[in-house]
Design a protein around this ligand. Structure first.
Ligand SMILES: [Zn+2]
Length: 320
């Protein structure tokens, strides 16, 4: 309820957002523009930066995308704060004047869904769609946690951002027909966040994988299972789409899915082998890092790899 006054203000001044704050603060709070990348005939992505959220990147580090259908625009993962959502909307407006009718959020992590607010403010009738577990977790307190975390990481840049939690739960295999196009949901269990949907824009032959696939960036596996994430890569590789948009990093063909699967499988299998040989996780690290040579230059590798070996150990032990 504490968001209500701000919500009312947002509705009252939707036509004149400059009235929400004094002009100088408003100008400073604008997110700089990032270029659109055209992925397919009607599909566009803004490729985010590769680092962690910070004051320098204004929290922008995911890959927001959109598909222009015959009647409306479908948005996927509108980013980590209201400013990212507004920047995305501005970029959409450079391509079309159609309204945004649907916003798909790939999972519970805040860098993917906290831009929802910009679309709720501009299109009050738009549907927000996510996994049932995502909705449950956000309502149970994770929304507040993410708002606070992002605000801290950006040193206050995200302070205006409010949680707009999806109202529509999508299930595995469900197909949303929107403006003459089909959006198929792939929702393998126990993958990156236990709340994941991947969205296949069928006619465009594009899959938005969320963080089940990463490219040039190693992210946290704290909410994931290795086996579930590997299975998610297998499921989505089988679709054999022409284009895959990962949660972070450059888009590509099915090769980027197989490459990330290889990272996960190498780390998991090597950990298992060395664990069975009686090694402790700190003893394993140099050997496993050597096997992961192609990924050593990926953003976040040095920070994450040790922790991921420990997580893989826990997962292996829980299997026995
Ligand atoms: Zn994530």
């Amino acid at each position: 309820m504490k968001f209500l006054p701000a919500l009312l203000l947002a509705f009252c001044f939707a036509a004149s957002s400059a009235a929400l704050a004094d002009p100088p603060a408003r100008v400073e709070s604008l997110l700089r523009n990032y270029p659109l990348t055209k992925i397919a005939a009607h599909t566009y992505v803004i490729l985010g930066l590769l680092g962690e959220p910070s004051p320098q990147n204004q929290g922008f580090m995911n890959n927001p995308g959109f598909v222009i259908t015959k009647d409306s625009v479908v948005v996927i993962d509108p980013g980590s704060n209201v400013q990212t959502g507004r920047m995305l909307l501005k970029q959409i407006r450079s391509m079309t004047n159609l309204p945004v009718s649907h916003v798909f959020d790939t999972h519970v992590h805040g860098d993917h869904w906290m831009g929802n607010q910009a679309f709720r403010d501009a299109f009050p009738k738009a549907q927000f769609i996510g996994h049932a577990e995502m909705i449950k977790k956000l309502k149970a307190g994770e929304a507040e946690n993410w708002l606070s975390l992002m605000n801290n990481l950006t040193q206050g840049y995200s302070k205006e951002t409010q949680a707009v939690i999806p109202a529509v739960a999508a299930t595995d295999g469900e197909v949303f027909k929107i403006g003459g196009m089909s959006f198929r949901i792939h929702a393998p269990e126990n993958a990156h966040s236990h709340s994941d949907i991947m969205i296949e824009a069928v006619e465009e032959s594009v899959v938005f994988t969320g963080d089940n696939v990463l490219n040039q960036r190693i992210g946290r596996m704290d909410d994931a299972t290795f086996k579930g994430n590997i299975a998610a890569c297998d499921v989505i590789a089988k679709v054999n789409a022409k284009h895959y948009v990962p949660g972070h990093g450059p888009a590509g063909d099915v090769g980027i899915v197989k490459n990330f699967r290889q990272y996960l499988a190498t780390l998991y299998d090597e950990t298992k082998k060395l664990h069975e040989a009686g090694k402790a996780d700190y003893e394993m690290k140099p050997q496993i890092v050597a096997k992961l040579k192609p990924y050593q230059s990926w953003n976040g590798f040095d920070q994450q790899v040790g922790k991921q070996i420990s997580l893989a150990m826990l997962e292996i032990e829980s299997d026995f």
